[in-house]
Design a protein around this ligand. Structure first.
Ligand SMILES: [Zn+2]
Length: 167
């Protein structure tokens, strides 16, 4: 499992470089990121979150893992406020307004040009992960960041186990 970098680590604030070659090394990193994402119980992970400042994102919103190289938002519509969490900002959450639906173009593991359009959890996940590639965290967009009371109170957590997904 790769180490997940936490808020305050400078790598999370860098603008990541495009992936020039989808090769053995970048595919191995993507595979390790997917494993790390599952072990951390997240729905998405961007390379800067594991200390690699390159434009690589993995996610799984329930339909299996997807690997994106050099993803770009090409269209967006609507506006929706949703709760967001981040594996790099543990124990916190905030309500963030973002476009409801986004279209993202990227290269897949074979270097093929792909396109995905998502709303709901997928739309939110795509925007959150792509922000990581530009050195942004959801807390930058938050009016107020809340501390997870359930995380602080272990008795309450044991009584009412809530499985939270972070990105
Ligand atoms: Zn995140």
């Amino acid at each position: 499992m790769l180490e997940i970098r936490k808020d305050g680590d400078p790598v999370l604030r860098q603008v990541a470089k495009p992936v020039a070659n989808i090769d053995e090394n970048s595919l191995k990193l993507a595979a390790e990121m997917i494993k790390t994402m599952y072990e951390a119980d997240g729905v998405g992970l961007a390379a800067p979150q594991v200390g690699e400042s390159i434009r690589l994102v993995v996610y799984d919103v329930g339909d299996g893992p997807v690997t994106m190289f050099n993803p770009v938002v090409t269209d967006s519509e609507g506006l929706l406020e949703c709760e967001e969490r981040c594996l790099s900002v543990p124990g916190k959450y905030a309500f963030i307004a973002r476009p409801e639906t986004v279209e993202v173009r990227y290269l897949d593991r074979s270097g093929r040009h792909c396109k995905v359009k998502g709303d709901g959890l997928l739309g939110r996940c795509l925007q959150h992960e792509l922000d990581h590639l530009d050195g942004k965290l959801y807390t930058d967009l938050a009016k107020e960041v809340f501390t997870d009371e359930r995380a602080k109170n272990s008795t309450e957590r044991a009584k009412n186990p809530v499985k939270e997904k972070s990105r």
